[in-house]
Ligand binder design. Structure first.
Ligand code: SF4
Length: 188
């Protein structure tokens, strides 16, 4: 495995440069609210594991965020198990894999949830505003929205990738594959 280890202090930078919109949104909400509901913790937590965040760093990262709101003891009691569980250290000891685009697109986030795929689950207005914050040009935003209107969410994501990186993408089928493609381009 040639993947480098990621430390929790790298995450802000990586979120800016290489997270797809679904993970960028969850990361931002976690930083703002110091909380995410279960669906968001799973979607983001497994993605972070997939990019190389080790268990100890993951625990420190989630604990640091959640502690702002609920305090460290409550985190240890109610949330640490779930982080260890995702790394295969509790329960059935399954080493859970990060969710694919199809799985995320098919998910059904409710009110107060931040998981899901923004291309599928955001309103057009909200998506337009969010793409603006990524500094996508107006024609690029228009192209993304056109793909969304024809329900081609992964193509919309690939279009955003290309606009952000100024380089063609291999197509997007997994958030971790988006991340790897981005890192490959940025490191080359
Ligand atoms: Fe995330 Fe996939 Fe949606 Fe892109 S298409 S935002 S990688 S779920």
């Amino acid at each position: 495995d040639s993947k480098r280890d990621i430390s929790s202090k790298d995450l802000d930078n990586l979120a800016k440069t290489s997270f797809p919109l679904c993970m960028h949104h969850l990361f931002k909400k976690l930083r703002e609210d110091h909380h995410l509901r279960h669906g968001g913790r799973q979607q983001l937590g497994l993605f972070l594991k997939g990019i190389g965040l080790k268990l100890e760093d993951a625990l420190a990262f989630w604990k640091n965020e959640f502690s702002h709101k609920i305090g460290p003891d409550k985190f240890d009691k109610e949330y640490a198990y779930n982080v260890r569980h995702n790394y295969g250290k509790e329960g059935k000891k399954t080493d859970y894999t990060p969710y694919s685009c199809v799985r995320i697109i098919m998910s059904t986030p409710g009110v107060g949830d931040h998981h899901g795929c923004p291309y599928r689950h955001f309103s057009e207005e909200n998506l337009r505003a969010t793409l603006g914050t990524l500094r996508l040009s107006t024609p690029a935003v228009a192209e993304v929205l056109e793909k969304v209107r024809s329900h081609h969410y992964q193509l919309a994501c690939a279009t955003a990738f290309e606009a952000i990186h100024g380089s063609p993408s291999e197509g997007i089928n997994h958030p971790n594959q988006y991340f790897d493609q981005s890192q490959k381009l940025l490191q080359s």
